[in-house]
Design a protein around this ligand. Structure first.
Ligand SMILES: [Zn+2]
Length: 252
């Protein structure tokens, strides 16, 4: 039988067969959040984006000789900047890291070859957890692929708005949700939003601790009115290639 791309939609026997097939099995963990993303995007925006990046990456991984499946996503993660907004659910860094390490131990014990972290949630606390967790998972002996889009080299492959730091629920993320789940974008709300060029990354560097402090009283930054599904598709292709490159790097 064949293995479904969505890990948890398989019976256990399909995962066992994939692991003994001889092809390295890459388990992709979509890392999201439940977090305010402006008045036009859903709370699960980062889950949608990370899962969609993984969906685009799976056939690319297959073409390069890997077996790949997408794990159930991380939907609760540190989201301190947005915690003043209704609907945001934030968890502590220690909880988040322990969860990833436990998932990794379980995957390693059954013979999975690589844990790939597909992340689109850029709250600094979350990025710090993922960096620490990927280091510790590798120390457990499970290779980790973590394309960190907050690093300059990868950030430069993404859109101008993303690089400006005005990258929360703006043109970049709105385009990605329009490409994957247009039914969840409130178009009437999106069209009325004024531009908000405030840079989150500059605000982080200056010590801002909330979206309000960073100049985002409605939990969005950037230019959501300029978003298009086409831009979203282009961004997914770039992100998926980065994930594949990270897997190749991790597995040698
Ligand atoms: Zn987001």
């Amino acid at each position: 039988m064949t293995t479904r791309a969505t890990f948890a939609e398989n019976p256990w026997t399909a995962i066992r067969d994939a692991i003994v097939s001889g092809k390295p099995v890459v388990a992709i963990l979509p890392c999201g959040a439940t977090e305010a993303h402006g008045p036009h995007l859903p709370l699960n925006t980062d889950v949608i984006i990370s899962e969609s990046m993984a969906v685009v990456a799976v056939p690319l991984l297959h073409a390069r000789g890997y077996a790949a499946a997408i794990l159930p996503p991380l939907a609760y993660m540190p989201a301190n900047y947005a915690e003043a907004f209704a609907g945001t659910i934030t968890i502590g860094a220690a909880t988040a890291k322990a969860l990833i390490l436990d998932i990794a131990r379980s995957l390693k014990a059954q013979g999975v070859a690589c844990l790939a972290l597909a992340n689109s949630h850029f709250d600094p606390a979350n990025v710090a957890v993922l960096r620490e967790a990927s280091k510790e998972v590798a120390e457990l002996g499970l290779p980790v692929a973590f394309p960190d889009f907050t690093r300059r080299k990868l950030a430069q492959t993404l859109t101008e708005e993303f690089q400006s730091g005005a990258c929360h629920a703006g043109q970049y993320e709105t385009s990605l949700v329009m490409a994957a789940r247009p039914d969840l974008v409130d178009e009437a709300a999106r069209r009325t939003l004024s531009d908000n060029p405030s840079s989150l990354t500059e605000a982080f560097a200056k010590g801002a601790r909330t979206f309000h402090d960073a100049g985002g009283p409605d939990a969005y930054f950037g230019y959501p009115r300029n978003a298009t599904a086409e831009e979203g598709m282009r961004s997914y292709a770039i992100m998926a290639e980065a994930l594949v490159a990270a897997v190749k790097g991790a597995l040698g």
